[in-house]
Design a protein around this ligand. Sequence first.
Ligand SMILES: Nc1ncnc2c1ncn2[C@@H]1O[C@H](COP(=O)(O)OP(=O)(O)OP(=O)(O)O)[C@@H](O)[C@H]1O
Ligand SMILES: [Mg+2]
Length: 285
Amino acid sequence: MVGKTPESIEAIRPLKEGVIADFEITEKMIKHFIQKSHSRNSFIRPRIIICIPYGLTQVERKAVKTSAMNAGARDVILVEEPKAAAIGAGLPIQDPKGNMVIDIGGGTTEIGVISLGGLVKSKSIRVGGDKFDQAIIDYVKKKFNLLIGERTAEDVKIEIATAIAPDKEMKMAIKGRDQVTGLLKSIEITSKDVRDSMSETLVEISDAVKQVLEVVPPDLASDIVDNGIVLTGGGSLIRGLDSYISKIIKLPVYISEEPLLAVAKGTERMLDEIELLQQIQSTNA
Ligand SMILES: Nc1ncnc2c1ncn2[C@@H]1O[C@H](COP(=O)(O)OP(=O)(O)OP(=O)(O)O)[C@@H](O)[C@H]1O
Ligand SMILES: [Mg+2]
């Protein structure tokens, strides 16, 4: 509904850039999910695991906990997203080995090196799929004088975005409002346009990955050289992103199975395996 509502309805994103943007609505959203998963039995006060970006401040962590408690949770456990993503991607994170994941979500990209259940090195940047969408909006505005909405930009990204030049460039027709005439107009955008618009954000992501690699202890680095790096999160579905990163850091990069579900699946496993949860639960939450 974002960008498509009549005046009497407002579509809001309760979470933005990986943090809570609207407390009241976040609480309502959590309440809704609790009821949904317990067949609307509102007496149940569940124990909830919430995955958070690694980079959250203490104040932001507390806000997440408080929202969930207010929504009816009995207990709230915070786990950093890279750990959940790594578990969901099937990495043996409890082993004394270097496991590396890059989770590219909507608001944040989380990079983590995990060994013995703990984050050895990590980095979180407030860059992700939404930033690609915004970059496409800005590019189209500048190059074609055309105003397009968030949804259109996301569609373009999903349809034709490529991180590296494909064998055959793709194109797509998009509609928006001409900034000069104010009239509605349709133009054609190519995958090359989209790649150009995304290049700065792609560099931000690869720079962050490099920074983490620079500080990984040598023994763990050797595991990463052997096993490569796993990509999770919706952002990893951008065509060629694995090859793009791999080319820059000169290490193998793989996309996990069902990358959009990796964090959720990892969290599900933690709920089922209490020992796993105890071992990896966030220590400063
Ligand atoms: N096929 C696709 N190609 C490119 N991008 C995609 C595709 N499918 C989803 N995305 C993008 O993935 C992002 C959402 O990914 P994900 O669900 O992992 O994020 P999130 O976990 O909600 O966000 P965060 O981790 O930042 O809190 C959105 O920006 C969406 O546009
Ligand atoms: Mg995520």
